[in-house]
Design a protein around this ligand. Structure first.
Ligand SMILES: [Zn+2]
Length: 321
């Protein structure tokens, strides 16, 4: 069965041809060029898909369905991208209808965190695990929950939005309107921004700044992780605070869901055991022991293909319904 997968991101958009086993026949990516607006972005995605099909001697008639992974929030039944935080101007975009009009094939969409959870469930190292959670752990912090073998969508499509679970009602304001959300403490971008601000305003001497070549603008999560490895005192204290907040969020997931496995994306893949070991040690303060001991916490093993696979997984999951 041939499927078309479209992975829309704030920076890049990828189009792939693959099958129900997660075999990717061909894949191509392009810059999304977000500021040019959704009409232009989607027209260029359609052109890319058509040229990928013809290069592989396929036509749209050979495609069973189209799956789209898009930055949240999305509204699934009407097929809208609502207002992704990193894509200004992409508001209430009828993505599913636009691709349906162009392709005349069934088109399905979900948010990227849910799509990644489906990809892990169908193709990942723990595929088939009935109770599985995927945490994106990238610039932001999103999650997709699989419970009893089914994706938890929720009544307004926000099932699994643990990035905006409030950890501290007196915490800093979040762009979502609440205060003290998990993503403020543990999203890669927010962590880097907070470290930069502290280092600059308090003129802190730290290996984080040295690793950034002395330029605060170059501070990111990687320089943070490297400085912790070097036992830099400021970085180690900040790491302790970060892990404690992450454990608070992950502990909540374990108490709510009692999952068999939690798979983690970008930051956990990069930081590896440095992060996972610290997190496991902190978790018993936030969740009951049997649940913590029964839950494996692993970095995702799908690698850079997860974007394409997540889009295919959205199509496969909907074809099964
Ligand atoms: Zn929030």
């Amino acid at each position: 069965m041939n499927l078309l997968g479209i992975d829309i991101g704030g920076t890049k958009t990828s189009v792939c041809i693959g099958d129900e086993k997660g075999r990717i026949v061909a894949s191509r990516r392009m810059p999304t060029r977000t500021p040019e607006g959704p009409e232009s972005g989607i027209r260029r995605t359609i052109e890319l898909a058509n040229s990928l099909l013809s290069e592989n001697r396929l036509t749209l008639k050979d495609i069973e369905a189209v799956g789209i992974s898009a930055p949240g929030p999305v509204s699934v039944p009407p097929g809208l991208m609502l207002a992704p935080p990193n894509m200004a101007g992409w508001v209430n975009v009828p993505v599913v209808r636009m691709f349906q009009d162009a392709f005349h094939r069934p088109v399905f969409m979900n948010n990227d965190a849910n799509a990644c959870a489906l990809a892990e469930y169908l193709f990942g190292s723990c595929r088939g695990t009935q109770n599985l959670v995927y945490l994106t752990m990238s610039t932001g912090l999103g999650a997709g929950f699989i419970a009893n073998g089914k994706l938890v969508q929720g009544v307004t499509d926000t099932g699994g939005e643990i990035g905006h679970h409030v950890l501290d009602i007196n915490g800093p304001p979040c762009p979502c309107g609440q205060r003290g959300c998990l993503e403020l403490y543990c999203g890669g971008l927010n962590v880097a921004n907070r470290l930069r601000e502290q280092i600059v305003t308090r003129r802190i001497r730290t290996a984080i700044l040295d690793l950034a070549g002395g330029d605060p603008a170059n501070i990111d999560f990687k320089t943070f992780v490297e400085a912790v490895k070097q036992d830099d005192p400021f970085a180690v204290q900040a790491w302790h605070d970060y892990i404690e907040r992450l454990a608070q969020g992950v502990g909540t997931v374990i108490m709510f869901m009692n999952p068999e496995v939690i798979l983690m994306g970008t930051i956990a893949i990069h930081a590896g055991e440095q992060l996972l070991g610290s997190l496991r040690a902190a978790l018993p303060r936030y969740a009951w022991k049997p649940g913590v001991e029964a839950c494996r916490i692993l970095p995702s093993a799908l690698g850079p293909a997860i974007g394409d696979l997540s889009a295919l997984a959205v199509a496969i999951d909907n074809l099964k319904k």
